[in-house]
Design a protein. Sequence first.
Length: 334
Amino acid sequence: MELRLNNLKSPGAEPQANAEKKVEKVLVLGAGPAGMSAALYAARAELNPLVLIGTELGGQASLTFTIENYPGFPDGVGGAELGELFKKQAERFGARFEYEMATEVDFSRRPFVVKTYGKEILAETVIVTTGASPNHLNIPGENLLVGRGVSYCATCDGWFFKEKKLAVVGGGDSALEEALFLTRYASSVTIIHRRDELRAGAILQRRAKENPKINFIWNAVVEEILGENGVQGLKLREVITGAETTFAADGVFIFVGHTPNTQIFKGQLDMDEKGYIKTDLTMTTNIPGVYAAGEVMDSHYRQVVTSAGMGAAAAIQAGRFLEEHSLEPAAVEK
Ligand code: NAP
């Protein structure tokens, strides 16, 4: 049975205006590991969730060539393949997926209102799993040369750089993992890091340092990307001495952290100073009935497995909220 607005007890709702409009019980925004797990759990609780996929089925994880640390896959699993498996599993229990992007939300009253480019959706609960996007360096030449030698995704673009000389910017797990991936194609990969110590974990550090195709430039920042129709090199500044040098390269891959995709929730959901959504331990935001999970609220762990766990928790909590607030009690997975 569909929930309809005039069945609900929601204070402040406007039953007359939308009397016949369907109200989703659980609306999931985003389809990365957090959103997919939320969809699976909500579907198994017979809440018939609707998932707005947004830009990327499988989220950022789908851009990873092989995921080696997601339990249950001793030989690793392709990022895109894992996204498809997540979707298939959630669909088996009734989750629905739409290639739509939320553009505007109104969480000031229930049912909540979420607008996409094409329509308006009403929902009793919303689970926000819109993830994060790669940061840019914001230096001259970067925007001009995106797609012409500047990239933020080795899995997507590495193939175009066979036997080319590449630079990777950053010292975290992403930079090293992607640099290692790029050695499949490139003649050499030089990691440029602003300090003399990597942020990345020990295993990736060892692998990168042992790889004969990988070199390091320490204590340097990229000030400009050089080239007109394609990347020809980088202007570097030595952090300690201030000396400027030019590094010749055919391409540059940038992995300098992420920014959460929370723009449309500003002013409605509480966030920290970096824009990550604040939740309590039950994934509940400052608005009862609205939950957040995965990278959109987690700047610490950012793993497929942790995001998936948070998504499941958010869905369980949404089920409990519906039990308390809706005329249709729903079983929740415990
Ligand atoms: P990150 O850990 O935040 O690292 C970003 C790197 O970029 C840091 O080395 C940082 O330097 C550097 N950086 C930041 N801004 C810069 C700028 N303006 N110019 C030059 N360098 C700059 O980001 P990440 O590597 O994307 O990783 C994000 C999270 O995902 C982490 O928790 C990581 O563990 C996780 N992750 C895990 C795996 C895995 O387990 N296999 C793979 C990928 C990511 P500083 O070090 O000096 O701050």
